[in-house]
Design a protein around this ligand. Structure first.
Ligand code: DGL
Length: 255
């Protein structure tokens, strides 16, 4: 077997997983990260399950070809559709998925009104049903947001187009939600636009920080944490060279 490198591989359907990468870097600044965004095939969340599973497998294979020591699936949709398949395919590699932050939202607002906004695939997946059954709540609404990923991929996270999109989607909920779970890793980049539409009172929950802590815990358990110089390398399947510029902007901008 080929020696593993000390890279932690991270993938998403596109640039959204950079929101998780930011948390990973903050949590483990001494690690080397190899990020792959599959922007040529984004969005995943409106594709059939079998296609999403195949794309997730392709991404994991690409990272495994770099002999990464672990893979973080920084995509709720790919986690929901394919995490079991990835773990079966690579049983000797640590594979961490992301799940919508329903647990902290239910804990903070056991009696309040909550909503989860995510891709259609994530909202229809069995994984979410299981998560909701584990953390039962009487008023947890589901808000599918097809089209939002495309706006983030186009660099329009904080734009008039995003405001229009979110007004259409969220206006019926203004003043009614105690908490909103951002169940797609692209959405944290639209937080300014979400605030303009929903106001400041709704608490936003996102699973990135929890995923980063879980990754650190799993690496520590196997004594695989690095103490070297941190590094970030970004790859993308899109032929459009401006996508790497967008990734760097999303990695460093103030949110
Ligand atoms: N970032 C992905 C997620 O967390 C977006 C999926 C998509 O490409 O539709 O679900």
């Amino acid at each position: 077997m080929t020696e593993k490198t000390d890279y932690i591989g991270v993938f998403d359907s596109g640039v959204g997983g950079i929101s998780v990468l930011r948390e990973l870097i903050a949590c483990m600044p001494n690690e080397r990260f190899l990020y792959f965004g599959d922007s040529a095939n984004a969005p995943y969340g409106t594709k059939p399950k079998e296609q999403i599973r195949q794309l997730a497998l392709n991404n994991a294979k690409l990272l495994m070809d770099y002999n990464v020591k672990a893979i973080v699936v920084a995509c709720n949709t790919a986690t929901a559709m394919a995490i079991d398949l990835l773990r079966q395919t690579y049983p000797d590699t640590i594979i961490i998925g992301i799940e919508p932050a329903i647990k902290p939202a239910v804990r903070q607002f056991p009696q309040g009104t909550l909503a989860i906004m995510a891709t259609p695939a994530t909202l229809q997946g069995e994984k979410l049903q299981r998560l909701m059954a584990l953390h039962p709540h009487d008023r947890l609404l589901k808000i599918p947001a097809p089209g939002m990923v495309e706006l983030v991929e186009a660099g329009l996270s904080d734009s008039a187009q995003m405001d229009d999109f979110l007004h259409n989607l969220l206006d019926p909920y203004v003043g009614k939600l105690d908490g909103l779970v951002l169940g797609c890793t692209h959405y944290p980049f639209a937080v300014r636009s979400i605030r303009r539409v929903l106001g400041d009172k709704t608490v936003l929950f996102d699973g990135g920080a929890g995923t980063a802590r879980e990754t650190r815990r799993r690496l520590a358990e196997k004594d695989l944490l690095s103490d070297g110089k941190g590094e970030v390398r970004i790859l993308n399947s899109s032929a459009d060279s401006s996508i790497l510029q967008l990734c760097n902007t999303l990695l460093t901008e103030d949110l």
